[in-house]
Design a binder for this molecule. Structure first.
Ligand SMILES: [Zn+2]
Length: 408
């Protein structure tokens, strides 16, 4: 195992405090810091800082059998299948959804055949992979995720009492299912701009009145007001009416399966995703929205957002919702104890509170203070984790294939 240095992405929606504090840099940071990337993404592979300093991408290329494991190499085409991030949002991210494996493969092939440059602004599928993602909250974390039960959305729309939306409300009330949601979403996302410019201010008026009365949907109304102020004239503000408003407490994990619309609003979390850039934007963005492709990818089945319950007793809880990744959350309350990480193959570990000590079955040791990370190749075998000198919180990522003895 080796120390791994990630890189900070400075998107405008980021926090000036969270990642700077985590990394021990001056607070507030001069620019918003949105994401700490830990992985081998082609745009920004993390760096191994040991005796043989090199990028993680180079380490994988030089020894794919040792790093990924003999049985995993073929499945992942010699690439690391996941990207681990610490995310800190001060402002809402765009509303988006990600394709399934089949949609991504077909979309990539189609755009390659059409000769769309991979970096073009209207390219939907820069790679052929799906992009499931998971977010485990570090602070209270706010998000929009998945389509709300239509009956409840009808109650929200009636409570907001927006002039111009009465007809839309009654259409959804008459068909309170996935087809009704598809029809209403499609209507809103394809409205002429002048209609959006009338409806959104009327919606915000309804939200102001509802928030003042402290009605049933106060949180939803405040979120819509916030989005409407930041994205005036954006049909995504209307689309946001249809989504579950989610609040995670620290330690809770939210999963985004293929086709699930989502927007992270505020908070810090550990995010783990398939190593893909395939995003279909639904709004709340100045960037390109490809409506026909979005309508193909979105899953309109309503329901509660997918909160993962996790497995394991003691300090380590494991979340394994996808073959592309699994996450182990290692929370030590101050008692001296050692636990099995319990995930195998190519691993990345990051400490977000306190200090942990890693030990591999081959006798290697690595101490990881807050804000540092380690790369643990498959050939290091099983690893134990223990706190050093008090409470600690660390996260370990692996793929989701589980135990494969040949890789140990
Ligand atoms: Zn996403």
């Amino acid at each position: 195992m080796e120390v791994l240095r990630g890189s900070v992405r400075t998107y405008a929606w980021g926090s000036r405090t969270h990642l700077a504090e985590l990394l021990g840099d001056p607070v507030p940071s001069p620019h918003p810091q949105a994401e700490l990337w830990l992985g081998a993404h082609r745009d920004e592979p993390s760096q191994l800082t040991g005796e043989h300093a090199r990028s993680l991408a180079d380490a994988l290329r030089d020894d794919p059998t040792g790093t990924l494991g003999p049985s995993r190499r073929a499945r992942w085409s010699d690439r690391l299948p996941y990207l681990l991030k610490v995310l800190a949002a001060e402002e809402p991210l765009s509303l988006q959804a990600h394709p399934s494996a089949e949609q991504a493969a077909a979309g990539y092939a189609r755009e390659e055949a059409a000769g769309v440059p991979r970096t073009a602004a209207d390219r939907n599928y820069p790679d052929p992979l799906p992009k499931p993602e998971l977010l485990c909250a570090l602070t209270e974390f706010h998000a929009l995720a998945g389509f709300r039960e239509p009956a409840e959305t009808v109650r929200l729309l009636r409570a907001l009492d927006v002039r111009g939306l009465e007809h839309h409300t009654e259409l959804l009330a008459a068909q309170p299912d996935a087809d009704g949601l598809r029809a209403l979403f499609t209507t809103w996302i394809t409205l002429p701009q002048r209609a959006v410019d009338e409806l959104v201010p009327a919606l915000l008026d309804g939200c102001v009145a509802h928030a003042r009365e402290h009605g049933e949907f106060t949180t939803e109304a405040r979120t819509l007001l916030d989005l409407g102020e930041r994205y005036p004239g954006d049909a995504g503000v209307l689309a946001a009416l249809l989504l579950n408003r989610v609040v995670l407490t620290p330690g809770q994990c939210l999963y985004q399966p293929a086709g699930s619309p989502h927007s992270y609003l505020a908070g810090a979390g550990v995010e783990l995703m398939a190593n893909s850039d395939n995003v279909l934007r639904c709004g709340l963005t100045p960037k390109h929205v490809d409506v026909p492709e979005l309508l193909r990818v979105l899953d309109f089945a309503p329901g509660a957002p997918t909160l993962l319950s996790g497995e394991g007793t003691g300090p380590v809880t494991r979340f394994a919702p996808s073959e592309f990744f699994s996450l182990a959350r290692c929370a030590f309350d101050g008692a001296e104890e050692e636990a099995d990480l319990g995930i195998e193959g190519p691993r990345i570990v990051v400490t977000v509170e306190g200090t942990v000590h890693l030990r591999s079955s081959r006798g290697q040791d690595q101490e990881l203070p807050r804000g540092t990370a380690a790369w643990v190749p498959a050939c290091d075998g099983p690893v134990t984790v223990a706190p050093v000198g008090g409470p600690a919180l660390a996260f370990a990522a692996a793929d989701g294939l589980g135990d494969r003895p040949a890789d140990g």
